[in-house]
Design a protein around this ligand. Structure first.
Ligand SMILES: [Cu+2]
Length: 214
């Protein structure tokens, strides 16, 4: 009886694991954890659950004359809103090849949105505030996440199988993404450690000047 209960629990356990959790830890060449690295996974098999790009609207806000977040990873086809939470106006633009656009001057509690159809890096600026800088990374692959302050990009509920891992960061020396050898995600996964080579001077979004003229 005891044996059959154990087998039943094992079976239940295996059925419960329909999707796997995985994470990628990104560090620089000095071993320091790297925040704001975008990790995208390219499945080498057909996903049962297709990507749902275009169904959720992600946000790149403006608050305190800064973009928030600094790096926003999205799938191709995602709509991004640009709400202005400040009491003054912004004029958001990008000259990047993946998406050239300019949102006409708009004020507090107004929002505009843009759809990002092409993969690539979209650097954002504001015509009014030179300090404002942010990046939207548009991934052609269905699974995308970014590292937090701990350098960890959590990737939950992955379908088991083989994936190629792509990593991008605004300060990667090559200016392009890094591709790692394919990995296999099973029902138990150790974190994948990735080392990226970054420029020594990091691009940051500076806080606005005190008493600036808005
Ligand atoms: Cu601005």
């Amino acid at each position: 009886m005891k044996v059959s209960v154990t087998i039943l629990l094992m079976l239940l356990g295996s059925f419960a694991v329909s999707a796997a959790d995985f994470s990628v830890v990104v560090k620089d060449e000095n071993g320091a954890v790297v925040e704001n690295a975008v990790v995208s996974l390219e499945p080498k098999f057909t996903l049962n659950k297709p990507m749902n790009a275009g169904q959720e609207v992600l946000e790149m806000g403006q608050r305190g004359a800064m973009f928030t977040p600094f790096v926003l990873p999205v799938h191709v086809g995602t709509k991004v809103s640009f709400p202005n939470y400040d009491e003054f106006r912004h004029q958001v633009y990008s000259f990047s090849k993946a998406k050239r656009f300019e949102l006409r001057l708009y004020g507090q509690d107004e929002s505009k949105s843009v759809i990002f159809e092409n993969p690539g890096v979209v650097a954002l600026g504001c015509n009014i505030h030179d300090n404002m800088l942010a990046y939207i990374y548009v991934s052609e692959f269905p699974i995308v996440a970014k590292t937090g302050e701990d350098g960890v990009a959590p990737l939950s509920e992955l379908e088991e199988g083989s994936y190629v891992v792509h990593i991008w960061h605004p300060d990667m020396s090559s200016g392009s993404k890094m591709t790692l050898p394919a990995i296999t995600v099973g029902d138990q996964n150790d974190p994948l450690n990735a080392t990226v080579k970054l420029r020594s001077i990091r691009s940051i979004q500076k806080a606005p000047a005190e008493g600036g003229d808005y």
